[in-house]
Design a protein around this ligand. Structure first.
Ligand SMILES: Cc1cc2nc3c(=O)[nH]c(=O)nc-3n(C[C@H](O)[C@H](O)[C@H](O)COP(=O)(O)OP(=O)(O)OC[C@H]3O[C@@H](n4cnc5c(N)ncnc54)[C@H](O)[C@@H]3O)c2cc1C
Length: 370
């Protein structure tokens, strides 16, 4: 039986790194997390929308980070709107800094050692690799992936967003705007983050347009101009989202695994990565535990991930490619057609934010039942 190293060093203290640390520590594995920032979980992007179903699967006590609940979304293209509403709240808006603090506390309470203000360099990785399994949870521009030559992520979107002290028209609904002439590759959004706090943001394919410029064009649209009037942004910032998975996420020989954005574990429909990355962290911990204690290969982690999310990631990519390639007029026609065949009601009842295959299964089951 092959004997693995018995300690784990996690590079990056975002949600994926902290969830992995919590799970490894709960399994009795000595785990250290290294985070370059002084404050754990202080990303520029200050909020996140997460499905309540997905959140419950991660086992995070997230309530203290919740700033709003959402019951639906309006999808807009060229003046047409598809409204998808649920009876009960379907998603939570979370304060990302608070969420990461909660994840850090859960990891530390389980026994993980968290060191902040520690930027891991290539020479650190060489020495860590002598006695520790390394988990790269260091985000989209992963130094761990680069150091261990784990391949590229073929596509990214650049984002720009800002919060304003204004009241949303409907505080339970997020609005998404599709227009490939400006927000190519993703969309623009208006999200009620909390009472009297609205977030305005855009995502655009890297290389297509400067994200700040795309954001400024969104500010000039009627919907945004009417909402924010003359109010000034409370906080704003640019960031990046990986939109495809990395070529390799496990190096069996050198005992290195990637999780979260470092591995490109993101839903390409929305750019949301916390649920997939968090679940990947749970799977990575399970595979490391089994590797140390039963001698199974670390690549079981990749197998588990692909079994659960391979199809889902392909479907998310398909939907993203579909709306990214349609003209606004073409999308508006699709929206009108979808409404005429009752898609609003269907999506409201059967849609799933994370797992599109579930919706397809429900669609076929309904067709069989009809
Ligand atoms: C504008 C925007 C909006 C988003 N909205 C949502 C949303 O609504 N829902 C959702 O699910 N997802 C959302 N996402 C995606 C989500 O933010 C990411 O998927 C998630 O943060 C990934 O978590 P992570 O732990 O993998 O990486 P990160 O959160 O990027 O954490 C990586 C950590 O590693 C640290 N690090 C990097 N290099 C080193 C090093 N060399 N040494 C030590 N530490 C290092 C960084 O400082 C950082 O703290 C959004 C992203 C953006 C940009």
């Amino acid at each position: 039986m092959r004997v693995l190293k018995e300690h784990v060093a996690i590079v990056g203290g975002g949600t994926a790194g902290m969830i992995a640390a919590r799970e490894l520590s709960r399994r009795g594995i000595k785990t250290a997390v290294y985070e370059q920032k002084a404050v754990v979980g202080h990303p520029i992007h200050a909020s996140g929308i997460l499905s309540l179903n997905g959140l419950s699967g991660l086992g995070i006590d997230y309530r203290g980070a919740m700033t709003n609940e959402l019951r639906g979304a309006n999808l807009h293209a060229a003046g047409s709107t598809l409204r998808v509403m649920t009876r009960e709240p379907i998603a939570a808006v979370l304060d990302r800094k608070r969420l990461n603090e909660i994840c850090r506390d859960e990891a530390e309470n389980a026994g993980a050692k968290v060191t902040v203000r520690r930027r891991i360099t290539p020479s650190d990785l060489n020495s860590m690799g002598n006695d520790s399994i390394i988990v790269g949870a260091d985000g989209a521009v992963s130094a761990v992936a680069r150091h261990f030559s784990m391949g590229r992520i073929s596509r990214h979107v650049l984002t720009f967003k800002a919060e304003y002290n204004v009241s949303a028209q409907d505080p339970g609904v997020v609005d998404l705007f599709f227009d490939k002439r400006i927000y190519r590759g993703l969309f623009a959004w208006i999200c009620p983050n909390a009472k009297d706090i609205v977030e305005i943001g855009i995502g655009v394919d890297s290389g297509f347009m400067n994200s700040k410029l795309a954001f400024e064009r969104f500010l000039q649209t009627k919907e945004v101009a009417e909402l924010i009037g003359s109010s000034r942004p409370l906080a704003e910032g640019a960031s990046m989202i990986p939109m495809a998975r990395r070529e390799r996420i496990v190096d069996e020989e050198r005992e290195v695994l990637l999780v979260g954005d470092a591995a490109g574990q993101v839903k390409a429909t929305t750019g949301g990565g916390i649920i997939f990355g968090g679940n990947a962290a749970l799977m990575a911990a399970k595979a490391i535990d089994a590797g140390i204690n039963e001698g199974t290969p670390l690549s079981d982690y990749e197998r588990m991930y692909m079994n659960k999310y391979g199809m889902e990631m392909r479907l998310h990519s398909f939907v993203n490619r579909f709306y990214s390639s349609m003209s606004p007029g073409g999308l508006a026609n699709m929206i009108n057609l979808a409404k005429s065949v009752g898609m609003e009601g269907f999506l409201s009842k059967y849609g799933d934010m994370d797992l599109p295959s579930l919706m397809i299964k429900r669609f076929f089951l309904r067709s069989l039942a009809d």
